[in-house]
Structures are given as C-alpha cells and as structure tokens.
Design a protein around this ligand. Structure first.
Ligand SMILES: Nc1ncnc2c1ncn2[C@@H]1O[C@H](COP(=O)(O)OP(=O)(O)OP(=O)(O)O)[C@@H](O)[C@H]1O
Length: 416
C-alpha cells in the first residue's frame, strides 16, 4: 500500500465515533500492515504521517499514542484542521493541450522550492511526465527531495508514481560558457580586422559591448526553455516546473528578451555598417577581397539569439503555455504581481504559505500571530492586484517538508 493510500485509507476507516480502544487497534493494524507490506520501501523512512484533515483531535491524540507504543517506527501525526476554503484548481492548471511551464517565484525562504517540488510530485503522481528545474543559484531542490540532484544533469526522482526528473542548473556556469563563446566570436572578428591593418575598427567593435551583452544574456530561463522546446529528449515531458530565483533576479530574466531584442537589432545594424566600411577600405588599399565571413557569421548568431528570445518571450506571455505562481508569506506586498503584469506574464494563482492553522487551544503567541495573519489576509483580499488571483492557503506544518512522502503530503494539501 503506498503512502497515499495509507492516508486515504486511514481517513476513511477511522470514523469520529470510534472508541479509544477500537481506534487504537485499527490504527495499529493499518500501520503494521503498511510496514509489513513495504519493509524495504525507500520512501517509508521509518515514519508514517497521518493526515488528519478528516479526523478530529481525539483521533489525532490516539494516533500519537499508538505511535509511541509502536517503538521501532514512529508516527508523526500532524493536524491540518484548516478546511481549505480556497483551492488551487489543479485540474484547470493541467488542462492545457500544450506543453506547460509553471514558474514558481517569490522572495527567498517563503517556500518556493517546497511548493514547486510538491507540484512536480503531484503532477507525476497524476501520470504526467514532469521535469522540475531549479534556476535559483542557491539551489534547494536536493534538500527538498532529500536526494542528490547536483551536477546540472537531469536526475530521476525516486518514489513517485510516474516519470519525474529534476535538474539544478547553474546559471553562473552557463553564463561563463556563453560569455567565453562570445569572446571567441568577437576575437575572430578582431583578428581579421587586425590582419588587414584595420585595428581602429576593432576598437569600435569593442564599443558595441558584445561581451557585455553576451555576459548578461540567456543563461537563465530563456536558454533553458529553448532547450526544452528544441531537444527531442524532452519531448515527452509536457509539464515543466521551475523553482526560480528570488524575485528581482527572475524579473530581470523575464524582461531580458525585450531588452535584448532592441540591443541585438541595434548591434546588427552597426556591425553591418562596419563590415561594409571594412570592405570599402580593403578594396581602396588593394588588399583583395575582404573576408566578411566572420562578421556575417557573428550576425547570424545574433539573429538566431534574437529569434529564440522572441519565441521565449511569446511563450512566457501565453496563458496556454506559461503560468507564474506567486508564493509569498502572508505579510508581503503585491509588487511582484504588478511587475509580472507589466511584463505580460500570465499570473493566476497566489500561494500564501506557512499559514498558522486554527486550533482549539491557543497560546498567547499563536493567537497573536493568527490575528496578524487574519489582518494580512484581509489586506490581500482587498488588494486590487492580488484579489484577482486565486488564493491558495498553504498551512504551516510541524515537520520539515523534505523527501517525496512529505512533498506528496504538501502537494495534496496545496494543489487541489
Ligand atoms: N508550509 C510549510 N510548513 C512548514 N515548513 C515549511 C512550509 N513550507 C516550507 N517550509 C520549510 O521552510 C524552509 C524553506 O522552504 P523552501 O526551501 O521551500 O523555501 P524557498 O523559498 O525555496 O527558499 P530559498 O529561496 O532559500 O531556496 C524549508 O525548511 C521547508 O521545509
């Protein structure tokens, strides 16, 4: 019995009116059956989590008592008594006929990675081959999946029902590679000009700031997205979840295609001018046919870059292919949402993570936090930008969200 069905089974088979002894027996029976049928289950990790959304506090206490009794394995019983009034609309999210990119973003530490990883697990468990990509330079996917995903390669995630691959990309490394490629192209053009005694023009090439452009260009989302679009090895993956870098970085990447489109266009024009000036000078000094190949090759590359940027930009603005899900802590502002709208990136959902769930017994600290939370939620509901979004409330749970079972647990709560 998989962890999922254990949750469901427990919820169904533990009616509220059970006597303590009977309840204890049935929990014990279910857990033993689970352990015995899965002695080597790698996802078991010696811990059974009881989702108590459907159970009362009596069942919760009883589950904890049984956990203590069953010494070799312990059971963590968490109470998620908040009825989720707002649902994510998971079926709607996956309804697109086209390949879909889900970009999860927000400030650092709000739970982007947990939300992205739990969405990826949910997609895979629903039978959708999925890739989850981290573009955050401070990766935490490996921590979240409790699996080594470093190395910049696709790694299969263990413990899910269908294909799920994860990759942690290193944007800095990609940038270095691209930049050295750019310097090489630029160097080739310079060499040709130097060899023709036209070093002055080579200086002008420097003014075009090709190096700078290539240094700041694709290695983020754009280039990665192109890879997914063009490589046949990725064609079976219809759902690609991005755990993006904190807000500012991601916004810069999203606005890059427009900026580059304009700069590349300008650069190509100037380069063409220089190429014809070179040709004129060359023939005036009788040095034979000018070698324009390098310049036109370099222009072809720029044109290609410009076209791919255009494709990615269109993709990022199409609600059929892209959805940016904002993840935030309850007391944040709506600035990210406004910026995304400005970039015309489709944004429909907002996950408010780590909400303190209501509880019958409230300590002073918790009750104060809950009041703050209520005020902040009211503010979100009245915010003209945020109120248009589907609000998804994700409760603060009392265990670390780490490993596939925990991510599945979170995914089933959040991505309904
Ligand atoms: N709803 C939740 N309840 C309890 N703990 C949570 C919840 N969401 C996330 N966490 C925990 O908070 C910590 C930070 O979460 P996560 O790594 O997902 O955040 P992040 O926004 O991706 O952070 P960073 O930008 O630093 O990578 C993790 O230890 C995670 O287990």
């Amino acid at each position: 019995m998989a962890m999922a069905s254990l949750f469901n089974h427990m919820s169904k088979s533990l009616p509220h009116k059970h006597s303590s002894a009977k309840l204890s027996r049935s929990i014990q029976h279910l857990v033993s059956a689970y352990i015995n049928s899965n002695p080597l289950n790698p996802s078991f990790q010696g811990r059974v989590c009881v989702e108590t959304e459907d159970l009362g506090s009596f069942q919760l206490l009883e589950a904890k008592r049984v956990a203590v009794k069953m010494k070799q394995r312990y059971m963590c019983a968490r109470y998620m008594t908040t009825a989720m009034t707002k649902v994510a609309g998971f079926d709607e999210m996956v309804s697109s006929k086209q390949r879909k990119f889900y970009l999860l973003g927000g400030k650092g530490g709000v739970g982007k990675t947990s939300c992205a990883a739990s969405l990826a697990v949910k997609l895979a468990n629903r039978g959708h081959p999925t890739i989850v990509v981290s573009t955050d330079p401070a990766h935490s996917l490996s921590d979240s999946f409790d699996q080594n995903l470093t190395g910049g390669m696709l790694v299969p995630v263990q413990g899910v029902d269908s294909s799920l691959y994860a990759i942690e990309l290193n944007p800095e490394k990609a940038r270095e590679e691209l930049s050295s490629k750019g310097q090489h192209d630029e160097g080739a053009v310079r060499n040709v000009m130097d060899s023709m005694g036209l070093g002055g023009f080579a200086g002008m090439m420097g003014d075009l700031k090709l190096d700078e452009l290539l240094e700041t260009s694709p290695p983020g989302l754009d280039e990665i997205v192109m890879q997914f679009l063009d490589s046949p090895e990725y064609s079976k993956f219809r759902h690609i979840v991005f755990d993006t870098a904190p807000t500012g970085h991601t916004l810069r990447l999203l606005s890059l295609p427009d900026f580059l489109d304009a700069s590349i266009g300008k650069m190509m024009k100037i380069k063409k001018k220089i190429a014809s000036a070179t040709a004129a000078l060359k023939s005036a000094f009788g040095k034979g046919e000018p070698q324009q190949d390098d310049v036109s090759k370099s222009n072809d590359k720029l044109e290609q870059l410009r076209l791919s940027m255009g494709r990615v930009r269109d993709l990022f603005r199409d609600p059929e292919t892209t959805e940016f899900v904002i993840v935030m802590a309850v007391n944040e502002s709506s600035r990210l949402c406004a910026s995304l709208r400005k970039e015309m990136v489709p944004v429909n959902r907002l996950v408010i993570n780590q909400l303190l769930p209501p509880s019958a017994s409230d300590c002073k600290f918790c009750s104060m936090r809950r009041k703050d939370q209520r005020r902040a939620l009211d503010k979100i509901e009245k915010d003209p930008e945020l109120a248009k979004l589907k609000l998804i409330e994700s409760p603060l749970v009392d265990v670390e969200i780490r490993g596939v079972p925990a991510l599945k647990f979170m995914g089933d709560m959040v991505w309904k």
